[in-house]
Design a protein around this ligand. Sequence first.
Ligand code: ZN
Length: 68
Amino acid sequence: FTCPYCMNRIITVTTPVPGVLTWLLCTGIFVAGCFLGCCLIPFCMDSLMDVRHTCPVCRKELFLYKRL
Ligand SMILES: [Zn+2]
Protein backbone atom coordinates (compact mmCIF):
# COMPACT_ATOMS: atom_id res chain seq x y z
CA PHE A 1 0.00 0.00 0.00
CA THR A 2 1.29 3.48 -0.84
CA CYS A 3 0.30 6.37 1.41
CA PRO A 4 -1.36 9.15 -0.65
CA TYR A 5 -0.01 11.81 1.71
CA CYS A 6 3.68 11.02 2.09
CA MET A 7 4.06 8.54 -0.82
CA ASN A 8 5.85 6.04 1.38
CA ARG A 9 5.26 2.35 0.93
CA ILE A 10 3.63 1.45 4.21
CA ILE A 11 1.56 -1.12 6.00
CA THR A 12 -1.37 0.66 7.59
CA VAL A 13 -1.62 0.71 11.36
CA THR A 14 -5.06 -0.40 12.49
CA THR A 15 -6.70 1.07 15.55
CA PRO A 16 -10.09 -0.11 16.79
CA VAL A 17 -12.43 2.80 17.45
CA PRO A 18 -15.99 2.73 18.82
CA GLY A 19 -18.42 2.91 15.94
CA VAL A 20 -22.17 3.00 15.36
CA LEU A 21 -22.51 -0.72 16.02
CA THR A 22 -20.65 -0.41 19.31
CA TRP A 23 -22.99 2.32 20.50
CA LEU A 24 -26.08 0.42 19.34
CA LEU A 25 -25.05 -2.65 21.30
CA CYS A 26 -24.19 -0.54 24.30
CA THR A 27 -27.64 1.06 24.22
CA GLY A 28 -29.30 -2.30 23.58
CA ILE A 29 -27.68 -3.97 26.56
CA PHE A 30 -28.42 -0.96 28.74
CA VAL A 31 -32.10 -0.92 27.77
CA ALA A 32 -32.30 -4.68 28.37
CA GLY A 33 -31.62 -3.91 32.00
CA CYS A 34 -28.15 -5.26 32.41
CA PHE A 35 -25.89 -4.10 35.18
CA LEU A 36 -24.33 -0.75 34.48
CA GLY A 37 -20.89 -2.05 33.56
CA CYS A 38 -22.24 -4.51 31.01
CA CYS A 39 -23.03 -1.83 28.45
CA LEU A 40 -19.31 -1.17 28.22
CA ILE A 41 -18.62 -4.70 26.98
CA PRO A 42 -18.99 -3.78 23.29
CA PHE A 43 -16.14 -1.33 23.72
CA CYS A 44 -13.84 -4.15 24.77
CA MET A 45 -14.56 -6.30 21.73
CA ASP A 46 -12.45 -5.43 18.73
CA SER A 47 -14.79 -7.34 16.42
CA LEU A 48 -17.52 -4.84 17.21
CA MET A 49 -15.39 -1.79 16.73
CA ASP A 50 -14.74 0.24 13.61
CA VAL A 51 -11.16 -0.03 12.42
CA ARG A 52 -9.16 3.08 11.65
CA HIS A 53 -6.24 2.69 9.27
CA THR A 54 -3.47 5.19 9.74
CA CYS A 55 -0.13 5.75 8.06
CA PRO A 56 2.77 4.92 10.42
CA VAL A 57 4.98 7.55 8.78
CA CYS A 58 2.83 10.69 8.63
CA ARG A 59 0.12 9.44 11.01
CA LYS A 60 -2.71 10.59 8.78
CA GLU A 61 -5.98 8.70 8.80
CA LEU A 62 -6.28 6.89 5.47
CA PHE A 63 -9.65 5.27 5.83
CA LEU A 64 -12.12 4.03 8.38
CA TYR A 65 -13.59 0.56 8.11
CA LYS A 66 -17.14 0.72 9.43
CA ARG A 67 -19.20 -2.25 10.58
CA LEU A 68 -22.43 -0.56 9.63
ZN1 ZN B 1 1.82 8.75 5.09
